[in-house]
Design a protein around this ligand. Sequence first.
Ligand code: GTP
Length: 317
Amino acid sequence: MIPSEEIHQAKILVVDDCEDNLFMQIEILKMAGYSQISSCSDSNEVLDLHIKNAYDLILLDMHMPGINGLEVMARLREVEKDSYLPVLAITGDRGFKIAALEAGARDFLTKPYDMTEFQMRVRNMLEVRLLYKTVAEQGRMQKEMALHDALTGLPNRRLLVDRIEKAMQHASRGHNMMAVMYLDLDGFKAVNDTHGHHAGDELLKMVSDRLLRAIRKEDTVARIGGDEFIAVLSDIAHVDDVIRPASKVLRFLSSPFDIDELAVKVSASIGIAFYPGDGQDVEALISHADKALYDAKRAGKNRYHFSDLPMLLGAVM
Ligand SMILES: Nc1nc2c(ncn2[C@@H]2O[C@H](COP(=O)(O)OP(=O)(O)OP(=O)(O)O)[C@@H](O)[C@H]2O)c(=O)[nH]1
């Protein structure tokens, strides 16, 4: 159920070419507790007003000079294509009722109407409209959550795969390269063990922020598990285009993190693989970057390593 306070905050537009009718409807709405009421006496303005203000309810007089209510609804349907057309049609002509409903109005009022009926129909329509908005918002959030990591808000593995595929297609069209940078923190377990899981979580969020600052806006950083991240770097023409961001990431992570008034230090190891030199598909690229990461760990951590396929230097230099 939608709480009454929320219903009373809904945005309502009253459309009628007769000033007396406008005045009366606004007064009835005010008496019922609505606070965000606008009005308009020119049917030509309804569409622009709705685009600008996204009303929750439009009380629309069907008979107006200029374009009539049915035409106004046809225009509104263009901007509310997959949505709920929030129109309550008002007509003195009973023959217009079916036409109004067929045109997309959700309900109608026949003049003369009584005040209670007017208020009940407005409330019922707003309840449905606001429920519709809540469900649509929940759907958007679920989609968002399915593609992002809950702790850091970064893209998750699912979205990462899509971003790598797009970067590969882009590189292929531009006869260019792209790179996958696989990063794993060094000594992260000790942060959890010494300062607790909460401190570990805070550190992961701060690391995410620093990674985002270290790479270009158009590139992607994803968290793919525990203390593992992958950056997707597009438009790579030369190995320097990867050395620069990789060095920047290591530098950005090298300053201590202020967590619960402690200065916590970590570093990171990075493995780098290139498309098309190191692999032609997402799995191959990630696997080569992972092997390079393993080499970076074995070589002493806090460094980056390239995938050691012989093709690499030929392709890059
Ligand atoms: N706080 C926190 N810890 C996590 C999360 N996910 C995984 N971990 C912990 O992260 C640690 C990752 O392990 P490792 O990568 O082996 O730890 P490390 O000390 O960085 O090891 P090296 O990579 O060899 O330096 C494990 O202790 C996991 O329990 C999380 O969401 N939050």
